[in-house]
Design a protein around this ligand. Structure first.
Ligand code: ATP
Ligand code: FE
Length: 333
């Protein structure tokens, strides 16, 4: 089975080719235009998708050694994401499917982040618990099968990635701040500046209190010493990162215990965070968990995860028609 998948939910344009369960190519064009604005500008993202899509698809097909005639299906990200960005990928996929007379598969982006675990070994076995931590979402999901997932907890305000990006912005780090904060935190003391761990009932998360706490703390300290941030940057980064990780682990621990699940998977771009990866490994050793984290290229937005998800849907006969519409708020379950 040969599937061409397209991902365009946010600011990465990506195309992947899957042949008989194997990802043969996964091409990603990241948009640089947003950096100067300190965040993704939706209108600019749509335009950049229009420019990148055809070359990215051509490169993915070529790299995989596959021609359009070989394709058994065309898959695309239906949502959630930015409407304009989703529309570009969706219209392209629909047009290609119509022109080639091939089946169309509409994929949920958050499901794809989770099923990225099935691209490479070691793979989790159903059921397992997945913590999805990305730029727009923070979800605890019980994954019963590829097509049966239940969100048991999620953020009530900012996502974990946003918490990294927004607190990092307060420290003057470039966008997206997450990777910069991670790097600086490695040289810092994580307990130097105690910050509030957002506590929520059940398995939900809250990160907006942390952002506000960091804002007021920095205001107070820089009023006394204008160079406070500069002089304490690694410790500030380490303390913020430590707090975000504690917030995540607290609910993860509780959910795994209550649900009786010992396989714990991490998904989404924040899974790249070295502190979180280490903390999860330590927690796993203490709790007797088996931990799964996909390769970095399959954690951030990529069409490979869309392709593997489409393969599950293909086998289940879950196809879309030409009337399918992009949905910026598409629900996981
Ligand atoms: P969504 O999937 O919710 O729509 P997204 O696809 O934009 O969001 P991803 O691409 O999965 O999000 O992840 C991007 C986020 O991951 C950004 O917030 C970025 O700062 C964060 N991130 C990436 N690397 C790291 C890192 N090493 N440490 C912390 N955060 C990181
Ligand atoms: Fe994503």
């Amino acid at each position: 089975m040969t599937i061409l998948a397209i991902e365009s939910s946010c600011d990465d344009t990506s195309a992947a080719v899957l042949v008989n369960g194997e990802i043969r190519s996964n091409v990603v064009a990241t948009q640089q235009v947003h950096e100067q604005y300190g965040g993704v500008v939706p209108e600019l993202a749509s335009r950049a998708h229009q420019q990148h899509l055809i070359p990215v698809v051509e490169a993915a097909l070529q790299k995989a050694g596959v021609s359009k005639a070989d394709l058994d299906a065309i898959a695309f990200t239906q949502g959630p994401g930015l409407l304009g960005s989703l529309l570009v990928g969706g219209m392209f996929a629909k047009t290609l499917a119509l022109a080639l007379n091939k089946p169309l598969i509409a994929v949920n982006h958050m499901r794809a982040h989770i099923l990225a675990h099935f691209i490479e070994d070691p793979k989790p076995r159903f059921p397992f618990l997945c913590l999805t931590v990305s730029g727009g979402h923070t979800q605890l999901v019980v994954v019963r099968s590829a097509l049966d997932m239940q969100i048991i907890g999620q953020t009530t305000d900012d996502a974990a990635g946003e918490a990294f990006d927004k607190t990092g912005k307060l420290l003057g780090l470039p966008y997206p701040a997450g990777p910069h904060l991670d790097k600086l935190a490695r040289q810092g003391n994580p307990t130097r500046f105690p910050l509030p761990v957002g506590t929520m009932p059940g398995y939900d998360f809250s990160f907006s209190g942390l952002k506000t706490a960091v804002l007021y703390f920095l205001k107070k300290e820089t009023a006394k010493n204008p160079d406070f941030i500069q002089e304490n940057l690694p410790d500030l980064c380490a303390s913020i990162q430590h707090t975000i990780i504690q917030t995540l682990l607290r609910q993860l621990r509780r959910a795994a215990h209550d649900q009786g699940l010992t396989q714990v998977a991490l998904a989404g771009g924040v899974a790249a965070n070295s502190g979180l990866r280490q903390a999860l490994q330590d927690e796993a050793a203490a709790q007797g968990w088996e931990v799964f984290i996909p390769a970095f290229q399959y954690c951030t937005d990529n069409a490979g995860m869309v392709a593997i998800t489409a393969q599950f849907q293909y086998k289940a006969g879950d196809f879309a028609d030409q009337l399918v519409s992009s949905d910026p708020r598409l629900k996981l379950a």
